[in-house]
Design a protein around this ligand. Structure first.
Ligand SMILES: [Zn+2]
Ligand SMILES: [Zn+2]
Length: 386
């Protein structure tokens, strides 16, 4: 392919550099990637007891009683923006817009987060923008290859409109198999940075695992990501358990204007690979985050906790420790530069605790959540639902 001057300049810009750090890249040994704490591995020994719990345990508020509200994203808002905009699209799917330049993180627009579309967890709400309405996309960043983060149908439908894909090591070949132009894809190891468009993007560690089938466990890497533009510093956790890495990342790249942090799909049977709300809050503090946007909840039913428990517990815990948690409606904009210019951490749109209206027994349910000390504590300080 002959490069025109713009392409050549862009390629020159997009050289991947390894960040100067005392921390090592992810280790690839015996055909698998490993966590920083190599004792954290996907533990299949609990599979039997987990299946038994799924069959026998009584679920509370597994899915919303009423539809999760969504604010439709007008396409003009993206095309005309002179701001840094961040939108939750659902679960961990995020749209970021840097003065008109659109980026997607872990975009999942399908009905189900599953290998097949006739079974598996179905979404609680429509995405706030349809795939066909998305403008041209500067880049798509993927945290790891699990179905709730890397979605075949979504990638198939958008890849022609996407200039760049930035993925952890080992994910590129999946995208190529799905028809993505290999020249568009950059694979990064932890602590590597690439410069694309208005952003410097760095892959940073996460504590998790990967795999889309029974035979590819940990054959591709998982990562969290740092996005730095001229006026914003943003962290996205990907999927991760709580670990020392958040402190390392905070020291290297913090403070962050906003952290997009996973909280949801946690469970006592897999404590090392997802975070409970109090761990999410601690990770945000370790990262030196100013505002926290919780993700990985409220779209798919992937664990046994009440669907709204992550959001409710997090806002209760954060208010007790004076940390700022933003809970906008799906599709409602966070205008980061406006907040910075006004010297405020959040506005009213971010304070809507919208999930409280979706279950008539909300306070009761939180209070009665079994074996959940934090939920019970939360209920004690819970204000009446308004
Ligand atoms: Zn995952
Ligand atoms: Zn996930």
């Amino acid at each position: 392919m002959k490069l025109n001057s713009t392409n050549a300049a862009e390629l020159q810009q997009s050289v991947i550099r390894t960040h100067k750090t005392s921390q090592p890249p992810a280790m690839f040994l015996d055909g698998k990637f490993h966590n920083q704490d190599t004792s954290v591995v996907q533990d299949m020994s609990k599979l039997g007891s987990i299946l038994w719990r799924y069959m026998t345990e009584k679920r509370i508020a597994a899915i919303p009683e009423h539809p999760v509200p969504v604010e439709v994203i007008p396409i003009e808002a993206l095309q005309q923006s002179v701001n840094t905009l961040i939108y939750r699209l659902g679960h961990s799917s995020i749209l970021m817009n840097f003065s008109g330049e659109t980026w997607l993180i872990d975009p999942v627009f399908s009905k189900r987060a599953s290998p097949v579309q006739w079974a598996g967890p179905a979404r609680f709400h429509q995405p706030p923008i349809s795939l066909k309405d998305l403008p041209s996309i500067q880049g798509v960043v993927i945290s790891h290859n699990h179905y709730d983060h890397l979605d075949y149908d979504t990638i198939r439908q958008i890849h022609a409109r996407v200039a760049h894909f930035v993925v952890p090591m080992g994910v590129k070949h999946t995208l190529i198999k799905w028809g993505v132009d290999p020249d568009k894809v950059q694979e990064l190891n932890w602590w590597q940075t690439t410069h694309l468009g208005k952003l410097a993007i760095t892959a940073t560690p996460a504590q998790h695992f990967s795999g889309r089938g029974l035979t590819d466990t940990d054959q591709s890497l998982w990562a969290s990501w740092v996005f730095k533009s001229e006026s914003a510093n943003i962290f996205y956790s990907g999927d991760s358990g709580y670990f020392d890495g958040f402190k390392q990342i905070g020291e290297q790249f913090g403070p962050f204007d906003i952290t997009l942090m996973e909280t949801g799909a946690y469970d006592k049977d897999w404590p090392d690979i997802h975070m409970h709300p109090q761990q999410t809050l601690q990770a945000h503090i370790d990262l030196k985050g100013k505002r926290l946007l919780p993700v990985h909840n409220s779209t798919f039913d992937l664990a046994m906790h009440p669907w709204y428990e992550p959001l409710e517990q997090l806002v209760q815990l954060a208010s007790a420790s004076n940390e700022v948690v933003l809970t906008p409606l799906m599709g409602a904009p966070i205008r980061l530069n406006e907040l910075q210019q006004a010297h405020v951490l959040e506005n009213q749109d971010h304070q809507q605790r919208w999930w409280r209206q979706l279950d008539p027994n909300f306070v009761d349910v939180i209070h009665k959540a079994p074996n959940n000390k934090d939920a019970t504590q939360s209920a004690e300080v819970l204000q009446p639902v308004t």
